[in-house]
Write a new protein. Structure first.
Lengths: 115, 111
């Protein structure tokens, strides 16, 4: 079975540009979350989508937006890129059990470098 | 404010011995805890989880202990193997909310 896939794997942009990152969840998973991981820190939550609805948003500026499609894949968009947006962007998909426990499974990430 | 803390940035252990990775949290509403392992150039891989109604969960060489009164959990790896060398993240969830990750501990298992 395919795990979570993300594209592209690497990306170089310049300040002020816009970027779109893509994620396909594990088959059957309806929830997708996005995280930003900068060097030396743990993943920081950006967004969660469930059944195409935004379920949660972390402490990120409005330059960050996301959406989920009918096939449960997702896009993360970042406008007006800043140098500080350089990071590994991780996508995770999850399946919530009847007991409410949820395990997130991560993709390999997209490494974004803003020059 | 870090709600999930991993105060040891790194840990070195001899192959075959026990590795103990620690995690502390501040939010008493957290009800579910997970450990992830991350190799370079890969996404985090789920290892083991524990619900707040339990104090121990075991899966092969990995055991997670939860002390709710101390707001502390630990991951024990026995016996440690060189392939266990990676960065380990502790994560916690407030039911209905989202996951909060610690900064990670780099484990090195020496042959």
């Amino acid at each position: 079975d395919a795990g979570v896939t993300q594209s592209p794997t690497h990306l170089i942009k310049t300040r002020g540009q816009h970027v779109t990152l893509r994620c396909s969840p594990i088959s059957g998973h309806k929830s997708v979350s996005w995280y930003q991981q900068v060097l030396g820190q743990g993943p920081q939550f950006i967004f969660q989508y469930y059944e195409k609805e935004e379920r949660g948003r972390g402490n990120f500026p409005d330059r960050f937006s996301a959406r989920q499609f009918p096939n449960y894949s997702s896009e993360l968009n970042v406008n007006a890129l800043l140098l500080g947006d350089s990071a590994l962007y991780l996508c995770a998909s999850s399946l919530v059990s009847p007991t409410g426990q949820e395990t997130q499974y991560f993709g390999p990430g997209t490494r974004l470098l803003v020059l | 404010d870090q709600q999930v803390k991993q105060n040891s940035p790194s840990l070195s252990v001899q192959e075959g011995r026990i590795s103990i990775l620690n995690c502390d949290y501040t939010n008493s509403m957290f009800d579910y805890f997970l450990w992830y392992k991350k190799y370079p150039a890969e996404g985090p891989t789920f290892l083991i989880s524990i619900s707040s109604i339990k104090d121990k969960n075991e899966d092969g060489r990995f055991t997670v202990f939860l002390n709710k009164s101390a707001k502390h959990l630990s991951l024990h790896i026995v016996p440690s193997q060189p392939g266990d060398s990676a960065v380990y993240f502790c994560a916690a969830r407030d039911y209905g909310q989202n996951f909060v990750f610690g900064p990670g501990t780099r484990l090195s298992v020496l042959p």
